[in-house]
Ligand binder design. Structure first.
Ligand code: COA
Length: 277
């Protein structure tokens, strides 16, 4: 398989037939960009937006040449303002419960996605918006980014994994301080807490994500999936069990064509051409 340069446009399609889809899907070489496109509502997560994002992600789980997915926001002041609070006002309790299940399933699909998923954070990521980012594998922010799990201020709690994922990512002390106060922090503070891995100038965010994706594109796709699984599934387990998880993940690449290609390419002093098989 010939490698396409990251940034090279191979295909652009809309999430639905409308000229203004809720999620804009673009394939740039080996990377898919999912851009939340509800700037008029600060990309608030309506039922339709959650369903669209989930459907688009499911479609992307197929192509073996995909190396990463980026979740970004259309130009505006917010990455995502969390649950659509206007829609919520008109929902019954059972509809709200179903919504929580659907949002939870979306975030689980991000976490389980068999490639790295990157959050490109610009503007506010609040409530469910930050929970999306927490479910991603890597978080890059620009200096306009701010974030909060502010649910307690609305009389509720983070309901799509935020209490668990923030604790695992940044530790219980940080999670309790941010969740119990609902405090909004800026990008530099998030960097200091390990909530994001890098902060760049607003104009440089896309290029920084593309550079990261270029690095990822040197890897075998199956290796990325196996390494992600080993880290996620082993984390928090006793060491013996965690090492067994790693060993099982290794087994999944041991008999792959990509492994043979990697060894051959090394011996032949050439770049590998991975097929994701
Ligand atoms: N649900 C529904 N609509 C929302 C929304 C949400 N969570 N957040 C923002 N919007 C709407 C606003 O009502 C506004 O719509 P309007 O123009 O019809 O009044 C539009 O999006 C733009 O928001 P606005 O507040 O004018 O933009 P801003 O750039 O000044 O601020 C935010 C953006 C995201 C910082 C701010 O809107 C905000 O704090 N939203 C609430 C976030 C929140 O509490 N989320 C839930 C966490 S649990």
């Amino acid at each position: 398989m010939a490698k396409l340069a990251v940034g090279q446009m191979a295909e652009t399609k809309n999430a639905n037939d409308s000229a203004n889809p809720l999620v804009v899907v673009e394939r740039h070489g080996m990377v898919a960009w999912l851009t939340l496109n509800r700037p008029e509502a600060a990309n608030a997560l309506s039922c339709a937006l959650v369903a669209t994002l989930r459907a688009e992600l499911a479609t992307l789980a197929g192509p073996p040449d995909l190396i990463a997915v980026v979740i970004a926001a259309a130009e505006g002041k917010a990455f995502c303002a969390g649950a659509d609070l206007k829609e919520r006002l008109a929902m019954t309790l059972d509809e709200t419960r179903r919504y929580l299940d659907d949002l939870g399933a979306l975030l689980q699909a991000i976490e389980d996605f068999p490639r790295p998923v990157i959050a490109a954070l610009s503007g506010a990521a609040l409530g469910g918006g930050l929970e999306i980012a927490l479910a991603c594998d890597l978080r890059l922010a620009d200096d306009s980014a701010s974030m909060a799990l502010s649910e307690v201020r609305l009389g509720i709690i983070p309901g799509a994994g935020g209490t668990q994922r923030l604790s695992r990512l940044c530790g219980i002390a940080v999670a309790k301080e941010l969740i119990l106060t609902g405090r909004r922090i800026d990008a530099a503070t998030a960097l200091g807490l390990g909530l994001v891995s890098r902060v760049v100038a607003k104009a440089d965010l896309r290029a920084a994500v593309e550079t990261l994706c270029s690095e990822l594109s040197a890897a075998g796709p199956l290796a990325l999936a196996a390494a992600k699984r080993a880290i996620d599934h082993g984390f928090g387990k006793p060491m013996t069990e965690a090492l067994a998880v790693e060993r099982a993940s290794y087994e999944s690449v041991l008999t792959s064509q990509d492994r043979n290609e990697g060894l051959r390419a090394f011996a032949e002093k050439r770049p590998p051409h991975y097929q994701g098989k």
